[in-house]
Design a protein around this ligand. Sequence first.
Ligand code: ADP
Length: 614
Amino acid sequence: MVVPASLRPRALRLIRLLSRPGFHLFLTGLLMVLGFVLAHRLSERSGREQLSALSTERLELYASNLAAELGRHASLPSLLAIAPTLQALMQAPDDAAARRAASQMLARVNVRAGTHQLFVADAQGQVLSASEVLTPPARLAEALAQGRTHFFAADPNTGSTDFYLLHPLRQASQNSGVIVVRFNLAPLEATWIDLGLRSQNERILIADDQDVVIMSSVQAWKYAVLGHADPSRRQALQASARYPQAIGPDLDLPVSLEVHQGQQVSLPPPGAKAMLAQQRLIVPLGLRLVALSDLTEVRQRAQLAAWGGAAFGASIGLLVLYLSSRRRALRQLTRAQTELQQAHAQLEQLVDSRTAELRQTNDALKTQIAQRLQTEGELLQASKLAVLGQMSAGLSHEVNQPLTALRALARNSMRLLESGRQDAVATNLKLMDDMVERMGQITRQLKSFARKADEQVTGVVLLLDSVRNAQVLLEHRSRALGIAIEVDVPAGLRVRAEANRLEQVLVNLFGNAIDAMQNEAERRLLVRVSAQDGGARALVQVQDSGAGVGDEQLPHLFEPFFTTKPAGEGLGLGLVISAKIVNEFGGSLRARRLEHGMSFEFDLAVEAWESQDV
Ligand code: ADP
């Protein structure tokens, strides 16, 4: 459907309103009320129709019953009229014998026909002859005057309704008398009362042309006036002598019954109830047969149906509510899914970009590491050269001394040879050999120190040898400063290390210690070893009695280029390189302050504490 642009906001508002839960609840309520009202109306209407149809049937039955009862004797007066006895009476009305004969005949017929009374009256309503001794009804004179063929009158004694049939007796084509058949309707009424008692739901009444109830299944309604009778009318009715007793109270049934069929009326109290009134006119008799059916059951059924309708309406409303909230939930779910997918896609994108960044950083780091490694290698070499430079002065002194001694010994030996003192020459040669050996030792150390160590070489080293070698390399300095060196290292201790690099570490530490003790009065260097991890590792401690370092310097010792030495003397690389080498051996280098001086300590894996080839 295409909604014009101008209507769109309004349509949207309407759609939003319709999809609100509050609206659905309102709709459910509305459907409930509608269901209630509709079901009530329909059920009540159909109930009324059924009741009305039933009541109409009954009315027909009652009417035909009454007609049959009354019609049973319709021909009796006309038959009697032609009876010779009554003809004779008409000819001599004052003849006592004729009257007696007529009375006897009437009494016989009365018994046979099952009527209540039969009598013959003259034109003025005076009884001439009768089936029994009787007083003619008060209405007779009036009926004769009006030329009626029948009338109803109340029995003054019992109050029951009598039906009178009249037939004229003619004498020389003149109305000289009338035959009257009195038929009592009490038995018929009794069956109605019986029926009425048995059926609580139905009442029946017969009203005459004056709207006075003359027969009824409800005893209390007898001679009540339908509708409302004003006092003058009541008086007139009373005076009419048609009704025996006082006229009953108003029976507040609408007189308009004549017009409406199946009309709802309310019964007067006690037992006030809503009833459905149906009537049937019995025109020849001037009577109205009214049936009143109780509407309570119909109403109860309508009430039930109404609640059913309300429940149905509510279920439809709730179903709509359920469907709409389900649709809304589905819509929300779909929206949430879409949002989730979007978030997922964004996250993936973010991860991708971050991964790319990381890869870049990683590459950059790799390059930096490679560069650093290269620089480190170069620095290592440079530091060695620096150490070598430092050592060169001492070395020349070390080498010069034996060389001078060698020269002196050689000259001395030559003179001894000339004088034939072989034994003294031999002693000199021994001394010379020792000196050469010592020089060789120094040069070996230098050679091995200057060489760039192989990366992966990790052999087994006799620790004491390395200590001694380092000691030799720095001997010129230690001796010059008069440093007391104490070495407490087990002779047979073998550690896992590479001799060159281990010596480099020791030379570094010894050198630093000698530097630190330069200006101290007490100059003592201690190298000792203790067992760790149950002998699996050896802790090497290089302790001096030097100046030590301050609190603020201690954390920076292992930083590259950290030095306290004057320019040209220190590079600040010795400890960094040493720590790295120890690391490669699987140990770690630490610095600790002593009361006087410093202790540099590192651990190494032990191959053996004792060895034979020492
Ligand atoms: P360098 O010896 O070239 O300065 P090192 O890394 O070997 O570089 O030493 C760094 C600094 O650590 C030294 O400058 C010194 O201040 C301090 N240091 C090292 N060993 C000792 C020690 N045994 N006693 C006191 N200070 C020391």
